[in-house]
Each structure stands twice: as C-alpha cells, then as structure tokens.
Design a protein around this ligand. Structure first.
Ligand code: SAH
Length: 365
C-alpha cells in the first residue's frame, strides 16, 4: 500500500490519469504536510545534500561583492531591493550581508527580501539571519517584489523548478508522463499525448532531433524570465543565477533524486528525496534574449569565483587564521576544481539593457 504523498499522487492518477513530471515534482517537494522541502531542512553535511554556501563562506562573500559592484554600476540608487530566490538555510544571504558591509552606502540602500516556499526553511532562515541585525522580509512570489531597482540572486533555485519531459515519436513531441504500473503500487513513466503549444518550450538546438530523443522543458524558467523582462523593461536591475547544467542544450533525462548524498530512483518514495533536473543555460539565455534582456555568461563556477577574487579572499582568511589553511584550500578545490563543482556549475547574469557588464565574466559571454 502506498501512503502519504505517494498514496495521494497514486489516488490522483487513478482518478485523473497520468500526471506530468512537473506535477509529480511539485507534490513531492511542496506537499504542505509531508513535502521534501515543506517540512524540513535537507541542506548540510548530515542531511541530504550540500550546496556551495554550505561549502564555504567565501562563496556568498564574493556574491556580496558582486552585488556591491553592480549596485555602484547602476549609479548607487539610494534604495534598491536585494532579493534571494530559494535561500535554503540563509547562509548565503548572511555572507552577502557581511561582504556588503564593506561597500560604503550599500547596506543603507538595500531592502532585503527572501522568496521561499518552504515553511520549515523560512524558520531556519530566520534563525540564521536574525543575528545579522538587518531587517529582512519574506515574499511568496517573485511578482510580489515591490517596484524599484533590484538585484536578484538564486543559487540552486532554478534546478528545483518543476520540469516537463517529452519524447519524439514519428516526428512529433509527446509528453512523458508518470502513471501507475500493473500492480497499482508503484509509479512508472508512460507516454502521453502530443504536446500542444508547449512544444515551443523545446530547446531550439534539439527541435530537429531524431525519433526517440528525450528533451526537458522548463516552463518555470520561462516564468521567472518573463517576470524579469517585465520588471527590467523600465527599472534597472540584475539577476544572478548559479546552478548545475550544461552551457548548451543537451537531450536526455536528467530528472534525478538525491537522498542522504546518494542518487536514488526519482519515482520511489516521493517526498523523501530532493528532486531536481539540470538547468539548460542556453535555453535560459534564449528566453532572456527573447524578453529583451541582456545576458552575460554562462561562466563555469570555478572561473567566475576566481575572477571575483576567490584566491585573494582565501589568502586573507588564511592570514587571519593560519590553522585553517588546509580546510580553506579544500573549500577552494571543492568550489573550483573541474571534477568537483567548478565546471558543471555555471553562473549567468540576466540584466536590464544598458548597464555595464557585470563583474566575474572574463569570456565573451
Ligand atoms: N540557495 C540555497 C538552497 C538551495 S535548495 C543553497 O544554495 O543552499 C532550493 C531552495 O529553493 C530551497 O530553499 C527551496 O525551498 C526553495 N524553492 C524551491 N522552489 C521554490 C519556489 N517555487 N518558490 C520559492 N522557493 C522555492
């Protein structure tokens, strides 16, 4: 017998037929009673997964310096919104604030907002950030950010926005859905109807792919970018996204589950593992350019952090506490080495037109 979230999803499928991967992800992650994020903090060495802010304070500090620079480049607006999407434990924002204090005028101008769907993580964020002594508010949706110049940040936010999947059959894209197997006691993938207008979400590079190709559609990225396009049409601002995924659209199933640092079957025991899919940075840039926005990057995370001064910051920290030398060197490697987070993770800025190119991007992007 399936119970809890699995039982409710199974019930929904019995009544209404197979559901999209996106609907499955939403139920598994944000079910208000038992969803993976809704009820607990999964981020940390003893939990389910680790993210860059938990690896090292330097990550958030360099992002804080980045914010300071783009704020100066916007002409130091006397008031602006500094927004983090999906702040997890609040660690990155606390490091951003510490670095922001080094930029004269920055903290007085910044109005801090966190956009977080999980009640449990909101509590953790409150605990992390209260000692910073800065006024911070929570918003439910990106649309709720008040008007004005803005800097938005999202680390490993886009990867957990629900994705849809489609497979090409006889030259047409059909949605890959999740249904029940013969026993009615386990989930399995099934082929669904032909895609309608959603076929527009198929990445350009993959449209002519042969029969049998699986592609992922990211309606959530499109929604986020649509909001940025409306906002940045007449108000200055930047959004910085850091996430894992390829620089160019790739076919294939990247829908994955991580439980206690191990890969797991994404269809098994929904609500007990983190479900994500790779971000398609080419498609993200395409949505942004279509919306009239300026795109910088993607740059590999390691290159971006080095360009932002990671090694200088590491040397300064080691100077203050030589006994931490080995630990800090290990953090730099974890964030930057190509076989760790340095290459798979990318950094991309999406900005209002007409602003100086944001720092950290050394290539032509
Ligand atoms: N940025 C953090 C956490 C990454 S995990 C870090 O790097 O450690 C993803 C975060 O996004 C969690 O805080 C999760 O609850 C939040 N989240 C996911 N989907 C969301 C949505 N649609 N709206 C708001 N927050 C969301």
């Amino acid at each position: 017998m399936m119970d809890g979230i699995a039982g409710r999803i199974a019930e929904r499928i019995r009544h209404g037929g197979p559901i999209s991967v996106a609907a499955f992800m939403t139920e598994a992650m944000f079910d208000p009673r038992e969803g993976f994020y809704a009820t607990r903090n999964p981020i940390g060495a003893g939990e389910d997964f680790i993210t860059a802010p938990a690896v090292s304070q330097m990550f958030g500090e360099l992002i804080g310096l980045w914010c300071g620079q783009v704020w100066m480049d916007m002409g130091r607006p006397a008031a602006f919104h500094l927004v983090e999407l999906g702040p997890g434990t609040g660690q990155m924002m606390s490091d951003v604030i510490r670095a922001g204090r080094a930029v004269p005028g920055f903290m007085a101008a910044a109005q801090f907002h966190l956009i977080e769907a999980s009640p449990a993580l909101k509590m953790v964020q409150g605990r992390t950030l209260t000692p910073m002594g800065v006024e911070i508010g929570w918003l439910d949706r990106i649309e709720d950010i008040p008007p004005g110049p803005a800097i938005l940040l999202g680390n490993e936010f886009l990867d957990c926005l629900p994705v849809r999947q489609a497979i090409k059959q006889k030259g047409q894209w059909h949605e890959r859905l999740i249904g029940l197997d013969e026993t009615g006691e386990a989930f399995r993938f099934v082929m669904g109807p032909r895609l309608g207008t959603e076929a527009e979400l198929v990445p350009e590079r993959l449209r002519e792919a042969p029969d049998g190709t699986l592609v992922e559609l990211r309606p959530g990225d499109q929604q986020v970018v649509d909001h940025l396009a409306r906002r940045f049409a007449d108000q200055p601002g930047h959004a910085l996204f850091i996430d894992y995924g390829p620089a160019h659209s790739e076919a294939g199933d990247t829908f994955q589950a991580i439980r206690q640092h191990q890969k797991a079957d994404p269809l098994e025991a929904p609500g007990t593992a983190d479900l994500t899919a790779r971000v398609d940075f080419e498609q993200l840039a395409h949505f942004a350019r279509q919306g009239g926005l300026a795109v910088t990057g993607p740059a590999p995370q390691g290159d971006w952090l080095r360009a932002m001064g990671l090694e200088v910051r590491a040397a300064a920290l080691i100077g203050q506490a030589p006994e931490l030398k080995t630990r800090i060197a290990r953090q730099v490697m974890r964030l930057c080495e190509p076989d760790q987070m340095g290459e798979l993770f990318k950094v991309m800025a999406i900005s209002a037109q007409g602003l100086p190119k944001p720092p950290g991007f050394t290539g032509d992007g």
